[in-house]
Design a protein around this ligand. Structure first.
Ligand code: FDA
Length: 461
């Protein structure tokens, strides 16, 4: 058993953990980062599958994500724009494929009017929400106790409008059924991107990618930490002592199967759904026990299909495709920078994802490619490389993209989500306001936890 001592131990080498560790180092504190997996990056993961470089986890960067953009620039990484020239595609309730340009789906004039009116209303509501404290809004309780779906259906009985409005924060973002989370949770998701309109604007939210993959962000941050990053070290136990409660000196001791790390502070830099994988000694307080049970991961399959050439471009399609009626509810051109081959990426979310995982791999592939063919024609059925990202089976993530509260949980517990417990601090994208559920949010939370520890350490002399 190796035993080491540091000022701060960080559990998790994702974007949040590696950001915090670098900040702490810069402030003169020593760190150890303990990572359960055999790689750095967590939900950021670039791999080569059958000769194709694929971003299995997070990849896109949007213009408002300043924390991420600053890190990308500071690390000297290059970005490129998602291919978006040409028409988008929409499959309507009649199963027909329609081409369109701009942000409004090609729906009837009445449905378009309803979508535009409710979008304006949502933008006004979102403008009143502080993403860092949505629970502080005077109507937080009311908005947190009605489901997103029920609220939309109170606004209109136009089913196509409801489905199109619902899926922006439902299938596309929180990746849970729209009856499983509240209006307030939906407003937070939109507020974290600046507005509801930003969130539904694919050109905004899915703007750029990093040449070589976004995983380079945590990988390069970890490289700067050198030997202070320890892979294959799932933390099993965290002992802690909080002198403010009269229990002697402040310390934390993390134990893995091979190491013991003693420090003054710990950062849990991973999603709250995994906190209960650690035995805390003493146990975390009542509030945390309760709160963490009201948070769960969404679930989405990210499907990659690589073709000899980006054939859709030849018929003037951008490959941007949406339909709340399709198994693959959204899809895009995901061709890598400088690649001659063409790549499509599509998403199968929440209950659809559950359902297709009851099929054999072959049947699932056939169903998913069939859905892609509704957008792009029969050629979509014959990729040279096909891959499904399945984060549901990843022990150290357990879903995608991120975690959110169940009904009523956000206004009830949200204010305590980031509150440290004695020497234990919390940081990950799932706790963020701006950049919530995104890498930008992970980086913001990493900076915040580090600055809180630096301040606390200074106060302690
Ligand atoms: P993250 O989960 O990445 O890191 C936590 C780390 O802690 C993991 O490495 C884990 O192994 C480790 N860990 C957990 N328990 C441990 C224990 N007990 N001991 C030791 N280590 C432990 N975002 C975006 O901005 N743009 C995008 O396009 C997308 N798209 C997207 C697609 C898919 C398929 C996914 C899964 C996710 C995205 N995201 C995204 C979300 C984004 O990837 C995500 O929010 C951040 O990468 C999360 O970073 P964190 O550091 O907060 O957690």
């Amino acid at each position: 058993m190796t035993e080491i001592t540091r000022d701060v131990l960080i559990i998790g080498a994702g974007a949040a953990g590696t950001t915090a560790a670098n900040d702490l180092r810069r402030a003169g504190l020593s760190v150890a980062v303990l990572e359960a997996r055999d790689r750095v990056g967590g939900r950021l993961w670039t791999d080569v599958i059958d000769g194709a470089m694929l971003e299995i986890g997070g990849q896109w960067v949007s213009p408002d994500q300043d924390a991420l953009k600053d890190t990308i620039e500071e690390l000297g990484l290059e970005t490129y724009s998602r291919y978006r020239d040409g028409d988008s595609v929409y499959v309507g309730p009649d199963g027909q494929t329609h081409r369109f340009t701009g942000e409004m789906f090609p729906v009837s004039a009445e449905t378009e009017k309803v979508i535009a009116e409710i979008t304006s209303l949502l933008d006004a509501m979102v403008a009143e929400i502080d993403p860092d404290q949505p629970w502080a809004h005077p109507r937080a309780q009311e908005w947190d106790t009605i489901t997103w779906d029920a609220w939309l259906r109170q606004q209109t009985d136009d089913d196509e409008a409801v489905r199109n409005l619902a899926f922006a924060t439902g299938s596309a973002m929180l990746t849970k059924p729209t009856h499983a989370f509240s209006l307030l949770q939906s407003l937070l998701m939109a507020a974290s991107a600046g507005s509801y309109s930003n969130l539904v604007d694919a050109d905004f939210i899915l703007d750029k990618r990093v040449v070589g993959g976004l995983q380079q962000v945590p990988v390069l941050l970890a490289e700067r930490l050198g030997d202070d990053v320890f892979l294959n070290q799932p933390v099993r136990t965290l002992e802690w002592s909080d002198p403010s409660t009269g229990s002697g000196t402040q310390f934390v001791i993390a134990t893995t199967d091979e190491m013991t790390v003693k420090a003054r502070y710990a950062i849990l830099a991973f999603a709250p759904v995994l906190y209960n994988r650690i035995s805390f000694v003493p146990a975390l307080p009542r509030r945390q026990h309760q709160m963490h049970q009201h948070i769960s991961m969404g679930f989405v399959i990210k499907v990659h299909a690589v073709y000899e050439r980006p054939f859709w471009r030849e018929s003037g399609l951008s490959a941007t495709a949406f339909s709340p009626y399709e198994l693959v509810h959204e899809a895009y051109d995901n061709t890598n920078h400088g690649d001659d081959r063409g790549t499509l990426v599509g998403f199968v979310s929440d209950q659809n994802a559950d359902d297709v995982f009851t099929l054999t791999a072959e049947e699932r592939k056939e169903r998913i490619l069939e859905s892609l063919s509704h957008y792009y024609g029969p050629e979509a059925k014959n990729p040279v490389v096909y891959y499904e990202s399945d984060w549901g089976t990843e022990e150290w993530t357990r879903g995608a993209y991120a975690a959110s509260f169940d009904m009523g949980g956000l206004h009830r517990y949200g204010a305590d989500l980031r509150t440290p417990v004695g020497p234990i601090h919390f940081a990950c994208s799932d706790l963020a306001g701006a950049g919530y559920q995104h890498v930008d949010g992970a980086i913001r939370m990493g900076h915040l936890a580090a600055s809180n520890i630096v301040a606390s350490s200074r106060d302690a002399g």
